[in-house]
Write a protein that binds this ligand. Structure first.
Ligand SMILES: Cc1cc2nc3c(=O)[nH]c(=O)nc-3n(C[C@H](O)[C@H](O)[C@H](O)COP(=O)(O)OP(=O)(O)OC[C@H]3O[C@@H](n4cnc5c(N)ncnc54)[C@H](O)[C@@H]3O)c2cc1C
Length: 390
């Protein structure tokens, strides 16, 4: 029998972050959707803050059972779901929680971790001609004495304006293909490293997304993340591993937004005097009720897929298939749920009186970044069939 009961510590984290989402994020959700590119000062309170830790409780419990199971990724997806119930764009702009921070934590040396502790790090992989196919990136890094010299263009970088440094992906040896691709720590203010412009976006407008140009940008030799050695069979492994860890979290973003839409819609339907009766004979269920129950079931399916991928990550199992499955399902279903909720809410669902129209715009990104829905389906096919599909 599978036990889906969360450890006590994670339940407390979930409750704490739900309160943060309700009391801090949701009230300023519309404000920063409208005031795109304005930094939400209200989030400064979260700089460096930690949710009440579950670690000790969990450790005590698991030790008692003589079975150690890490819960870092499960804790992360639960936290992300709660905060995105508040606002996805604002989650992406919580100070110091960039994708680059995750890369430094995973691959940085002790010195790098110490030097950049508390600094906000973005991640720059995408280029004008390299999106889904990250291996096609053309930005270069050449060693010149004690410095790397970086050249190239990086687009659609999350936290581009607000971050303090960027983890930039570039090739040190084009002839080596993916094995030549490495990541570099580039601090803001480094000569030759310029933020060109910020994007105006459909959704997650509270999050700043921008383009960087690197022109003969010199950084110290020690600012490479990981080894400078080009090992053919290990090429690009870092990115693959990072994606397996981060895709469940992106799926959890979709879950949080879809849940917000569904809960809000249910509340409004109930306010209009209609009650949901889960015992009712299926033959007597109206078409709208049926739609609603289907969405609730889909939301639960999203959560189960996400938790499975997260738990596998925590127990050190390879989860490329499961991470792709949960992201494909969540990006697509999150999009469909927010749209259907808008239908069920009537004309107000389309107005700015409610956040429903914003949730439609926000959730769409979960089907794009960290691998599009199509790319997730391709990866699933690759994993199941064991064949290379481009
Ligand atoms: C708001 C936002 C924030 C972002 N943040 C970051 C960030 O912080 N760092 C970063 O590096 N990048 C970031 N990105 C970039 C994002 O990861 C890419 O947009 C994404 O990987 C898709 O790449 P692309 O836009 O070049 O689309 P393309 O690769 O050009 O794809 C276009 C379409 O073709 C489809 N397609 C492509 N190849 C295939 C294939 N082989 N089979 C089937 N269909 C295919 C895609 O699914 C998509 O529908 C961000 C993007 C956005 C919009």
């Amino acid at each position: 029998m599978i036990n889906l009961e969360l450890p006590e510590g994670l339940k407390q984290t979930k409750e704490f972050l739900h309160n943060v989402a309700r009391d801090l994020l949701r009230p300023i959700s519309r404000k920063y959707d409208v005031a795109e590119h304005v930094y939400p000062q209200e989030l400064e309170i979260m700089r460096g803050a930690q949710a009440p830790s579950s670690k000790k409780d969990d450790k005590d419990k698991t030790d008692k059972k003589e079975k150690k199971q890490r819960t870092d990724t499960l804790g992360q997806v639960i936290s992300v779901e709660e905060l995105c119930w508040g606002d996805l764009g604002l989650l992406l702009t919580i100070p110091g929680r960039g994708l680059g921070n995750a890369a430094i934590a995973a691959n940085g040396t002790d010195e790098q971790k110490k030097k950049y502790a508390g600094k906000w790090a973005a991640m720059a992989i995408t280029e004008p001609e390299a999106g889904s196919d990250s291996f096609a990136l053309v930005a270069t890094a050449e060693l010149d004495g004690d410095e790397w010299v970086l050249n190239g263009e990086k687009i659609f970088v999350t936290c581009a304006d607000r971050c303090e440094l960027v983890v930039v992906w570039a090739t040190i040896d084009k002839s080596a293909g993916r094995a030549g691709i490495k990541s570099f720590l580039v601090e803001k203010g480094t000569p030759g490293f310029k933020l060109e412009h910020l994007e105006h976006k459909l959704g997650i407008r509270a999050s700043d997304t921008g383009t960087f140009v690197l022109k003969d940008c010199r950084i110290p030799k020690e600012n490479i993340l990981g080894s400078a050695e080009v090992i053919k069979k290990e090429g690009f492994r870092g990115v693959g591993k990072t994606f397996d860890a981060t895709r469940p979290a992106v799926a959890a973003m979709a879950l949080g937004v879809a849940r917000a839409a569904l809960e809000f819609t249910k509340e409004k339907i109930e306010e209009s005097g209609i009650t949901f009766d889960y015992e009712k004979n299926g033959n007597n269920v109206s078409s709208n009720e049926k739609e609603f129950y289907m969405m609730e079931a889909n939301l639960e399916a999203m959560r189960l897929l996400i938790w499975r991928a997260a738990c596998m990550q925590d127990s050190g199992e390879r989860n490329s298939l499961e991470a792709a499955m949960c992201k494909a399902k969540a990006g697509r279903t999150g999009t469909l749920i927010t749209q259907k909720c808008c239908d069920l809410l009537g004309p107000l669902g389309f107005s700015q009186d409610y956040l429903a129209e914003k949730w439609i715009r926000d959730v769409k990104i979960t089907d794009i970044f960290e691998g599009t829905g199509q790319i997730m389906h391709r990866n699933i096919a690759r994993e199941i069939l064991g064949v290379k599909i481009m």
